[in-house]
Design a protein around this ligand. Structure first.
Ligand code: TRP
Length: 456
């Protein structure tokens, strides 16, 4: 049977777990990725599909993932091996952990580059470079950064070192304090940005863009848009690679999983929607293009900070908090491989963290070069950064998520899952969850895949 604690440490309280898991979920995915992806697919229809995916696929899979982690109490690879043995299933299930490590590796390599942009922008804001900047000026500023491999490398390196340092200390001690104060601060600042957008931007146009679902706009890109909305849900909720699983392995056995997931998913969704409500009114007020891609917030926000009173201070603070949000997410991407290195290779935590971070850092260099010197090296029409971004969110994470749902719904005995979720096995909530992980989530993912490749 499973043990009641993890050798890597435990969260000090239920609140600590909620903070850490919310810290993992809320990050660049909400504030950088959600607005630009919604913008690429025309807004409202994408947002509606995204919300449906969070509710019908994301929430039940997050419950399953936490549950598997808490029962396994080890790195995802070893947890899956132990659980498969406990349920008399094939050891093949540990492949789920391996694919998760690969996904974490790929995601963190480009995530760190984008976090590097955010670090660079702290200094641009603080240095007053935003004041009075117009759309063309902020676009030029962004393009200059992305074209400069040395700067990108410097910031990417700083961010990977920051991430490795916390993981080396152990997430349960390193993380709690940071998340407790900084997440609420980021939230308050986002609300202030939305209020600013409401009075200085095209607020009505922004809200209509975000919340009025016009499926006609998707046209021939319907399948691709739905796939991207689902991928965004997995990415934003940190699902499908074992990050939430390993955080679950540090959670004590009494905490109610369903309630926690409701809070985490709710906060994550709220932050993404607030980010959209802050960005799009400014986009429309300045004649910018909502579909301009990954540079969207870096081209939009400086204009707003440049116009508002105290914008240098405010802008610097905003980007600092965004760096923290990215940091608390990056930690969860590195943790599964570090835990595995500690368990199976007998490395000390600091060594394991340094080794894993160095490998990710190297791959990150390919990502940042794909923006400039290597821009003509493409695979499937994409440079490395875009390729890793699309491949993980739209393919690997949903596959990992389905495997988690199938294991939790079909392989695990009902007595085990009901017991671990703390629900009565014949109660309504348990049955709703069971139907979602057994049928709804896997079927939705498969249909979205088939639809995207044109088979359905
Ligand atoms: N969810 C984070 C964000 O929105 C990124 C992230 C952290 C992640 N851990 C993950 C994404 C695990 C996928 C899987 O920024």
């Amino acid at each position: 049977m499973s043990s009641t604690t993890s050798i890597h440490g435990m969260w000090s309280s239920r609140l600590a777990f909620i903070l850490a898991a919310t810290g993992s979920a809320v990050g660049l995915g909400n504030i950088w990725r959600f607005p630009y992806t919604a913008g690429e697919y025309g807004g409202g229809a994408f947002v509606l599909v995204y919300l449906l995916c969070v509710a019908a696929i994301g929430v039940p899979i997050m419950m399953a993932e936490i549950m598997l982690g808490r029962r396994g109490r080890q790195s995802p690879i070893n947890s899956m091996r132990a659980l498969a043995r406990e349920e008399g299933a094939s050891p093949f299930w540990q492949l789920l952990g391996w694919v998760g490590i690969l996904s974490g590796f790929l995601i963190l390599s480009f995530y760190s580059v984008i976090a590097g942009w955010t670090l660079a922008y702290v200094f641009r804001a603080a240095g007053g470079l935003f004041s009075g900047v117009d759309a063309a000026g902020s676009e030029a500023m962004f393009n200059a950064l992305v074209a400069d491999p040395e700067r990108l490398l410097a910031w990417h390196t700083v961010f990977m070192v920051m991430t490795a340092l916390i993981v080396a200390r152990g997430v349960s001690s390193g993380l709690e304090q940071a998340v407790r104060w900084l997440m609420p601060a980021l939230f308050v600042l986002l609300v202030v940005m939305v209020l600013y957008a409401a009075q200085a931007g095209e607020f009505r146009a922004g809200l209509a863009y975000l919340f009025y679902p016009d499926f006609a706009k998707l046209g021939a890109r319907f399948g691709e848009a739905v796939l991207s909305a689902m991928g965004q849900a997995f990415f934003s909720l940190s699902l499908g690679m074992g990050a939430i699983m390993i955080y679950g392995s540090y959670l004590n056995s009494r905490a109610s999983i369903g309630q926690n997931v409701g809070i985490i998913a709710g906060m994550d969704t709220l932050v993404a929607l607030l980010a959209g409500m802050a960005i799009f009114p400014i986009v429309f007020a300045n004649g910018l293009e909502p579909g301009s891609g990954p540079g969207l917030i870096f081209q939009t926000l400086p204009i707003a900070f440049g116009q508002m009173p105290g914008g240098s201070l405010f802008g610097a603070l905003f980007f600092v908090l965004l760096v923290f949000a990215a940091w608390t997410s990056a930690i969860s991407l590195l943790e599964p491989m570090v835990a595995w290195l500690v368990e199976n290779r007998g490395l000390s935590r600091p060594r394991a963290a340094a080794l894993a971070a160095a490998a990710v850092w190297l791959l990150g260099i390919a990502c940042l070069l794909s923006l400039n010197l290597w821009s003509d090296i493409t695979i499937l029409g994409r440079g490395f950064l875009v390729l890793f971004n699309d491949l993980t969110a739209n393919v690997l994470l949903p596959l990992g998520g389905v495997a988690i749902a199938i294991f939790a719904g079909w392989i695990m005995r009902r007595a085990s899952s009901a017991d671990e979720l703390g629900l009565a096995g014949d109660g309504l909530w348990y049955l709703v969850w069971l139907v979602l992980v057994q049928f709804v989530a896997p079927a939705c993912v498969v249909l979205v895949f088939l639809n995207a490749i044109g088979l359905f």
